[in-house]
Design a protein around this ligand. Structure first.
Ligand code: ZN
Length: 298
């Protein structure tokens, strides 16, 4: 019976005890009220690590025989070091695995800590929830930025949200500063920069009502997703591709499928399937735990 702790870091810390790929007990949150959204950004690295450890200890609920602790965070993680983390900038450069493992040992928990990119954690959680731990799955998370997750873990960078989907020189809204990126079209932040006078919700509403500028953007938004998806299919092959994140509400699957059909023409590559799934804290916590368990077994 593998006991692991899964932790995710976003606006809040979520943590839960996972036994044999299932949550045992509730997911715990810090801070536990939704209003305090900047609470984590304001903590320096050591204080943030301390807050994470506190959640792990609580989630463990006295269990000392943990196989592993998995932490999914927004950013680029390599060999246990956070190389880039635009949403939690204080973590950049942190040896997060060592830092957390050392603090946990003081608390009496001696388990290896694995840090993964949050979209990869999400992919592992979806693979587990959909009984696909033995196949390759991918997920796009459509949120403030665009996350690209894949399961199983494979060494690499996988910054799929920054896939170049247009050569238009005016396309420069991506948070990373790069030109022509998918996130620069689809990311929530990028949409707000493009339509300074309208919220993304209003843009998609206006498109429905027939506003030409908004309708054109809605098509571009879907084409960007189709283009980046076509690229991953051409690079990694067909298979299951999940779509999640709070902005899947803008997604029209028939429109996406139509564009994708125009972009992927090689018949062995056409056996892909797309599925919209709810973005839940439970799936993400399980995914972080599953990622850590598999890393510990390697
Ligand atoms: Zn970018």
């Amino acid at each position: 019976m593998a006991k692991t702790i899964g932790v995710t870091l976003s606006e809040r810390i979520s943590a839960g005890l996972v036994v044999d790929h299932k949550l045992s007990g509730p997911v715990r949150y810090f801070p536990d009220n939704h209003e305090d959204e900047d609470a984590l950004v304001e903590l320096h690295t050591d204080a943030l690590a301390e807050a994470i450890c506190k959640q792990v200890v609580q989630a463990a609920d006295g269990a000392k025989d943990l196989t592993a602790v998995g932490v999914a965070l927004p950013g680029l993680v390599k060999n246990g070091v956070v190389e880039e983390s635009p949403n939690l900038p204080q973590l950049k450069g942190a040896r997060i695995e060592e830092l957390l493992a050392a603090q946990l040992r003081i608390q009496g928990i001696d388990a290896p800590v694995t840090a993964v990119n949050d979209a990869d954690g999400m992919a592992a959680g979806l693979a587990s929830a959909h009984g696909k731990l033995d196949s390759m799955i991918r997920v796009w998370t459509l949120g403030v930025g665009i996350g690209y997750g894949r399961y199983p873990f494979a060494p690499g960078v996988w910054e799929g949200g920054h896939t170049v989907v247009t050569l238009d020189e005016k396309e420069r809204f991506c948070g990373c500063g790069g030109r022509g990126h998918m996130e620069g079209i689809m990311g929530h932040r990028a949409m707000r920069l493009r339509f300074l006078d309208m919220e993304p919700e209003e843009v998609f509403e206006a498109a429905k009502a027939g506003d030409a500028r908004c309708l054109e953007f809605k098509r571009l938004w879907h084409k960007a997703l189709a283009a980046a998806t076509a690229t991953t299919i051409h690079m990694a092959g067909p298979g299951k591709i999940f779509l999640s994140g709070f902005n899947v509400r803008f997604l029209e699957l028939p429109l996406l499928k139509d564009y994708l059909q125009q972009m992927v023409k090689m018949s062995p590559l056409q056996s892909y399937s797309l599925e919209i799934v709810e973005d839940s804290a439970e799936v993400r916590v399980i995914g972080a735990a599953v990622s850590a368990e598999q890393a510990a077994a390697r």
